[in-house]
Design a protein around this ligand. Structure first.
Ligand SMILES: Cc1cc2nc3c(=O)[nH]c(=O)nc-3n(C[C@H](O)[C@H](O)[C@H](O)COP(=O)(O)OP(=O)(O)OC[C@H]3O[C@@H](n4cnc5c(N)ncnc54)[C@H](O)[C@@H]3O)c2cc1C
Length: 229
C-alpha cells in the first residue's frame, strides 16, 4: 500500500481522484485491511493545513483526538477526551470518529455547536450539514461552528444495561438558543429550544420523543448545568 501525504487541498483532491482511500490513525481500518487486504493507496490529510487547524471555531478532520484542547469549546473537548483509551486518542482522528466510526462520540457535541462540515471530494471542498456526514461519510476536512456561551457533555453507562454508553450534550448559543443532543444505543437525536427556561418538554414531545425516561432525566440535569442553575 502506498500512503500518500498531500500538503495542500488541491494535492489531496488529486489523491482522491486517483482512488486513494482516506485514512486517519488506522485504529479501525488496520484490522479490516489485514483481514481483507490493503488498498493500493491511502491518503492521510495530516499534512494539509486546513485539516490540522485547531481553534477559532475550526477543528480539522486530521486532528488527533488527543490534540483536542482548550482551543475548542469544552463540550467538544470533553467528548474527545472520553473516546476509548489514551492509546486510541493518540492515534485516532476527528474525521475517523465523525465520518468513519459507528460510535461517533464527537457527534452530539458537534450537533449542539450547530457545527457544519467542510468536506473534500475530487471536485472541490463543500460545506455540508452534519446529517450528511453521518449519512454519507464524506472525507471530512474540518468542522466549523460559532463559539457558544456555554456547553456541557456527559457520557454515562447505558442505564438500560446496553453496551453503548449514553451521551447527552447541551449548549447555549449567543442568541439564547439551547441545543441538546442525545445518544442512546447508536441512535442520536437532537433539537433546539429557546433559552428562557421553557422548551424542554416541547423537545421531549418532538425531536427528542424517542429518548427514554432515564435519558430525559440526564437531559434535565445537563440543561440545568448549562443554564447555570
Ligand atoms: C479500543 C477502542 C476503543 C474505542 N472507543 C471509542 C469510544 O469510546 N467512542 C467513540 O466514539 N469511538 C471509539 N472508538 C472508535 C474510534 O473513535 C475510532 O477508532 C476512530 O475515531 C477512528 O479514527 P481513525 O482516525 O483511526 O480512523 P481510521 O481507522 O483511519 O479510519 C476509519 C474510517 O474512517 C475513514 N476516515 C478516516 N479519516 C477520515 C476523514 N477525514 N474523513 C472521512 N472519513 C475518514 C476511513 O476511510 C475509514 O473508513 C474506539 C476504538 C478503539 C480501537
Amino acid at each position: 500500500m502506498q500512503l500518500r501525504l498531500p500538503t495542500s487541498v488541491s494535492e489531496a483532491r488529486e489523491c482522491l481522484a486517483e482512488g486513494a482511500i482516506p485514512v486517519g490513525g488506522a485504529t479501525l481500518v488496520w484490522a479490516a485491511w489485514q483481514r481483507d487486504g490493503f488498498p493500493e493507496q491511502a491518503v492521510s490529510l495530516r499534512k494539509v493545513p486546513e485539516a490540522t487547524a485547531v481553534g477559532g471555531g475550526v477543528l480539522g478532520g486530521a486532528v488527533l483526538l488527543g490534540q483536542v484542547d482548550d482551543r475548542v469549546p469544552q463540550v467538544l473537548r470533553h467528548a474527545a477526551k472520553g473516546v476509548g483509551t489514551g492509546a486510541v486518542r493518540r492515534a485516532a482522528t476527528v474525521g475517523g470518529n465523525l465520518a468513519g466510526s459507528s460510535l461517533r462520540d464527537l457527534l452530539p457535541a458537534a450537533m449542539v455547536l450547530d457545527a457544519r462540515a467542510d468536506v473534500l471530494t475530487a471536485d472541490g471542498v463543500y460545506e455540508v450539514e452534519l446529517a450528511e456526514v453521518v449519512a454519507k461519510s464524506p472525507v471530512l476536512l474540518a468542522l466549523r461552528w460559532r463559539e457558544p456561551v456555554a456547553g456541557v457533555y456527559a457520557k454515562v453507562p447505558d442505564p438500560a444495561g446496553g453496551e453503548v454508553p449514553s451521551i447527552v450534550a447541551a449548549a447555549l448559543d449567543t442568541e439564547g438558543v439551547l441545543r441538546v443532543a442525545v445518544r442512546e444505543g447508536y441512535a442520536v437525536s437532537g433539537g433546539s429550544a429557546g433559552a428562557d427556561g421553557g422548551g424542554l418538554e416541547e423537545l421531549f414531545a418532538g425531536e427528542l420523543s424517542g429518548v427514554s425516561e432515564a435519558g430525559r432525566e440526564l437531559v434535565r440535569e445537563q440543561v440545568s448545568r448549562v443554564r447555570g442553575e
